[in-house]
Write a protein that binds this ligand. Structure first.
Ligand SMILES: Cc1cc2nc3c(=O)[nH]c(=O)nc-3n(C[C@H](O)[C@H](O)[C@H](O)COP(=O)(O)OP(=O)(O)OC[C@H]3O[C@@H](n4cnc5c(N)ncnc54)[C@H](O)[C@@H]3O)c2cc1C
Length: 507
């Protein structure tokens, strides 16, 4: 069992992954002094808050789906914080990562998830919130650094010599890394869960995720379409100007997507573009400096194709895996061997979510096994002759087949009249694109899931620890730690001298 000495832990990045990791550690009563750093926070009246637009930060509004294997594995305190208001929506059906005994997946806006976790962290003794960027050259590196800074993590890049260089060799078509661009559009929608799910699962051009009258409509682009974006004055991460979007050659396809789900064009509030490509990482745990271990978690570890909606789920699994490993650890000193099981789980997550689910979603093989990525399929849809009657017939038959398959796993699904009306509103080209993009490849990406709770069971005394450890804060002198870099010259400035740091007294 982990000893009574408090581990020093820094968490770089206070998004959902960093917050969930820190809170899970506290819930499992792992003795730790945790500092979480995030530059998207500010201090107001002594309280750490999210920066908002007035402070130069546009909060994300996308709706995310948390699978029931994931939400049910969260410590009770986190589950209560996220779901006790019962304001989540249940849109997507039961599946291998949302089995019937746990219940359906739950939708919430990512902003609410971040707010609720930060709120819980604020009131949790043992967690210090630092509204700053993490400086990887700092001299007081902790024993464990959890890198949770999202897909473009600068701290991960600083420590690439230790983690190893990622490569895209496994994710190429015709010798070139496959890349996709997706538009994400915030809308108001009265579409029922059944409409959103059935119309989405029957094709691969548009995806609608909904929550309480709001929605996010996503549209995958062909390469030529993505090439239009720079002309719209986009800088990375910025919303596209709506007027420019409406005047662009992309607008007809966007407007068809809105019609498919019966969404009023006037409700379109925001359009953003996302790029997606995959890499393979050699490892997720590394010795960053002597007696400092680094772990990549969340999007900083694995960037997924978001179509199957597993980014946050995989991120939370990675956070729970590290927290559980630390809760299972024996002895006082953190050793390499303590993190081996976590590395194993991260490799499984990479194999399942990047190598299998995301890559199959991007590659989308034809019936003969030949790769037919989305670019090829959309272009096929936009070219050649169109037989409207045949296309409508094929789509309706596909929708009926999917409705039968989903009937026992989802709520009320739309009838033939509604489906036919929606197809009738679309132009011939859109019908052909929908046919060519094919239905969701559920069989290829289904199957066993990485179940962190089953792989890393908690010892009896750590289980059902719903409330955080009542820590006693005090200033203590900790042993002098002299850290010299383990390998890479990049961190030679990280040597630590003797110092006094704030820590918790042993319980
Ligand atoms: C349109 C869209 C839809 C999605 N839908 C789903 C879905 O349905 N289901 C699902 O599971 N996932 C979904 N995802 C993915 C999900 O949003 C991400 O996987 C999740 O946000 C990852 O959380 P994270 O904490 O790892 O990273 P982030 O959310 O990116 O958070 C990283 C944090 O680190 C901070 N940071 C950055 N640099 C530093 C630094 N130097 N120092 C300190 N802090 C730093 C940032 O300010 C940020 O707060 C979707 C994503 C998109 C874009």
């Amino acid at each position: 069992m982990s000893g009574s000495r408090y581990l020093s832990i820094d968490v770089a990045g206070g998004g959902p992954t960093g917050l969930a990791f820190a809170l899970a550690l506290c819930a499992y009563r792992v003795p730790a002094r945790i500092r979480i750093f995030d530059p998207r926070w500010r201090t107001e009246g002594g309280r750490v808050e999210w920066r908002d637009l007035a402070h130069g930060n546009r909060r994300r509004r996308q709706i995310v789906t948390i699978q029931s294997n994931v939400w049910s594995a969260l410590p009770p305190a986190l589950r209560r914080a996220l779901f006790d208001r019962h304001d989540y929506s249940e849109v997507w059906p039961l599946g291998s990562d949302s089995p019937g005994h746990h219940g359906p997946p739950r939708n919430l806006p990512i902003r609410d998830i971040e707010d609720r976790l930060l709120d819980l962290a604020r009131g949790t003794p043992g967690i210090e919130l630092v509204p700053q960027r993490y400086d990887p050259t700092r001299t007081d590196l902790p024993e464990l650094l959890a890198i949770c800074e999202g897909a473009h993590s600068p701290t991960r890049e600083h420590f690439i010599p230790q983690f190893g260089r990622p490569h895209a060799d496994l994710y190429c078509v015709d010798g070139r890394p496959l890349e996709e661009t997706i538009l994400g559009m915030q809308v108001d929608t009265a579409a029922t869960a059944g409409e959103a799910v059935l119309l989405t699962a029957a094709q691969n051009r548009y995806l609608l995720n909904t929550h309480r009258g709001g929605g996010f409509l996503n549209m995958r682009l062909a390469r030529d379409e993505a090439a239009e974006l720079p002309g719209l004055g986009r800088t990375p991460d910025e919303a596209l100007p709506l007027d420019a979007v409406r005047a662009s050659t992309l607008w007809p396809a966007i407007s068809e997507g809105l019609k498919l789900y019966g969404i009023d064009e006037r409700s379109l509030a925001c359009v953003r573009a996302f790029r997606c490509s995959l890499v393979h990482r050699p490892r997720f745990v590394a010795e960053l400096a002597r007696e400092t271990w680094g772990c990549l978690l969340g999007d900083a570890a694995n960037t997924l194709h978001f179509w199957p909606g597993r980014g946050l789920n995989t991120a939370l699994k990675s956070a729970l895996s590290l927290a559980r490993c630390l809760a299972r650890r024996r002895g006082d000193r953190l050793r390499a061997a303590d993190l081996v099981e976590h590395e194993g789980v991260m490799q499984m997550l990479q194999a399942r979510e990047v190598g299998n689910r995301s890559w199959q979603t991007m590659l989308m093989r034809d019936a003969d096994g030949a790769p037919a990525p989305i670019d090829v399929r959309i272009r096929r849809g936009l070219q050649g002759p169109c037989d409207r009657t045949a296309l409508t017939h094929e789509l309706l038959a596909r929708l009926r087949r999917m409705r039968m398959r989903l009937a026992h796993r989802a709520g009320a699904l739309p009838d033939d009249r509604l489906l036919a009306a929606r197809l009738a509103a679309l132009d011939d080209r859109t019908l052909k694109v929908l046919v060519e993009t094919g239905p969701w490849i559920s069989a290829e990406v289904g199957g066993p899931e990485v179940d962190v709770a089953a792989l890393l069971p908690l010892p009896a005394e750590r289980r059902a620890a719903g409330s955080p450890l009542p820590h006693q804060w005090e200033r203590v002198r900790v042993r002098a730690i002299s850290r010299t870099p383990a390998r890479a010259p990049a961190v030679q400035s990280n040597a630590l001298g003797n110092r006094s740091i704030r820590s918790h007294a042993s319980a």
